[in-house]
Design a protein around this ligand. Sequence first.
Ligand code: COA
Length: 445
Amino acid sequence: MTPAHPTDSAPDRARFVGWLREVAPYVHAFRGRTFVVGCAGELIAAGRLDALVHDLSLLHALGIRLVLVHGSRPQVQAQLAAKGVESRYSRGLRITDAAALACAKEAMGAIRLDIEAAFTQGLPSTPMAHARIRVVGGNFVVARPVGILDGIDFEHTGVVRKVDAEAIRALLDAGHIVLAGPLGYSATGEAFNLTMEDVAAQIAAALGADKLVLITDIDGVRDRAGTHYAELTVAQAENMLAAGEVEADAAYNLPYLLRACRQGVARAHVLPYALDGALLLELFTHGGVGSMVTAEALETLREAGVDDVGGILKLLAPLEEDGTLVRRPRELIEREIAGFTVLEHDGLIYGCAALYAWPEATMGELAALAVDPARQKDGAGERLLKRIEARAREQGLRRLFVLTTRTAHWFIERGFVAADVDDLPLQRQQLYNWQRRSQVLIKDL
Ligand SMILES: CC(C)(COP(=O)(O)OP(=O)(O)OC[C@H]1O[C@@H](n2cnc3c(N)ncnc32)[C@H](O)[C@@H]1OP(=O)(O)O)[C@@H](O)C(=O)NCCC(=O)NCCS
């Protein structure tokens, strides 16, 4: 018997279509953007490279410009162990002697070949069918030695000194995925062992990337009490680090995310490789699965501008279709945009409401109140209502009314009371649609 397909039953089909539609705004928002993805060597050691490559090939197909930076820590470790050489660390950094450097070079070569092979697979009926992706590596990273710290010579351990952003950009422009690893070369022609996190963060900063994503062995940023943070602003993260509140593994990753953000990367994420599809979940769902650091708070409740018309139309369309809201053509919304308030998260509009003033009657009309179904029941509707009430008060209006066919109880629970068409401003009475027979509800402000 063939196993059940996720679209075999009607509810499954509806859910599948719903998911795809939910993803559409992100697809639009991400096209042509540059993401730098750093994957820890542990991901490769855990046998998850193919899955990551499948997900990256999907992002590539969606028009996202990708740089993949891989780590090699466990691979170098394994090589050293096989040769009976002891690994030495200080301050969380490997001390790279000649033997360790040889292992780092070998590990990097082997990983690179595995990545190139994974991007080349193209069997039918796999996520890589028709993919035809070119991955291109090169000498993009100039390194310098860490030097001697606390009397300890780190030898061939280095840090990123410069990134050849121009070369990387040219390759991205040509449609390639750019590959980089944790080795860099100095002006004296030597190779230096770097950390994947340093390389990824510096490349992201040099490119002015839209996102830096580190896929590592932690599930995001947690504080010492174990609380997980899905979103943090730079200021919040800096305060937590300074107060020693960040759990140890996250405290290692977080400074790289912060540095990237401070240097102009809009968002920096850390995700667990242990969760299959973590990259897709983080990018295409509202809450994500890891932690995201942003220069500024992501969630805003603000007055709308012309750039928001598209987002508002998308939000209202299904509600107009099913008759919950009256139809408003694009031109009307464009004309009346100044009366709209929107709720935005990470650049996407997910709630809106409009205020129309009837100054002669000192009344305001609340209209087009809508919250994306995926984000309802979280107080968003209430926050929009409060903002509209505040805007009405600022304009000297004394009462707010709403005409509704299906949402009367929601408004009644928030202080509105039933009224008659006669209670509306005179001009509004003339516009009342007797076929729609909406209920009139009024609230004193
Ligand atoms: C009405 C709406 C804006 C509320 O948004 P929201 O972000 O979920 O609002 P809140 O989180 O502040 O409130 C959620 C509460 O309202 C309740 N609610 C939602 N729709 C309701 C309705 N039509 N009638 C009565 N209560 C309703 C929810 O059940 C929830 O209460 P609960 O948690 O006790 O179950 C949203 O449901 C929506 O967009 N609806 C479709 C458009 C619409 O009807 N607009 C008003 C036209 S004038």
